[in-house]
Design a protein around this ligand. Structure first.
Ligand code: HEC
Length: 145
């Protein structure tokens, strides 16, 4: 399961991210393991191609603008910070402890503490992005203005 979508194709964007976020090591994850974890803990709130009652759709979340899916009501905590994109590093930091990044987020999820497990879920999200067109997910929407 080799993701065909390459993160950080845009070196300029990588530079900006490095400037504003801590330098952390993200271990190599296993997307197959990530898929198992995703199905066990994320699908109670999230679906891949449609917004669930509880969470926004996630197939195209990698490199999608933060809090940008139309038709989903995000918490103000997320919308005020939505100017950025979901990079690999941000997903990794968010999934460690969602509340640390967005203090009043409505994603009531304690986080995945194990770095390898967390990196594996992130790898799975990156892999999912490469499947967007094959599954007829609606194109990435423009952020609400
Ligand atoms: C208890 C329900 C729940 C669980 C479990 C949950 N989420 Fe969420 N998730 C949410 C909600 C609600 C939001 C929107 C949060 C907000 O608006 O503050 C969200 C938002 C997100 C976002 C940001 C999406 C965007 O459009 O900006 C990502 C990424 C995400 N979740 C990934 C995950 C992953 C991966 C898992 C499993 C490891 C997971 N979530 C588990 C409810 C959940």
């Amino acid at each position: 399961m080799e993701p065909s979508f390459k993160p950080y194709d845009n070196p300029e964007r990588l530079t900006i991210i490095e400037q504003i976020e801590p330098d952390i090591d993200i271990p190599d994850g296993d997307p197959a393991r990530g898929e198992r974890i995703f199905k066990a803990v994320c699908t109670s709130c999230h679906q891949l191609d449609t917004n669930g009652f509880l969470g926004p759709r996630l197939r195209d979340v990698f490199e999608r603008k933060i809090a940008s899916v139309r038709g989903f009501s995000y918490s103000p905590s997320m919308t005020t910070k939505r100017s950025g994109y979901w990079t690999k590093k941000r997903l990794y930091l968010y999934l460690k402890n969602p509340e640390a990044m967005f203090p009043e987020t409505t994603m009531y999820f304690e986080g995945i503490k194990d770095p390898y497990d967390r990196a594996s879920v992130v790898e799975y999200l990156i892999f999912l992005k490469s499947t967007v067109n094959k599954n007829n997910t609606k194109p990435n929407p423009r952020p609400n203005s």
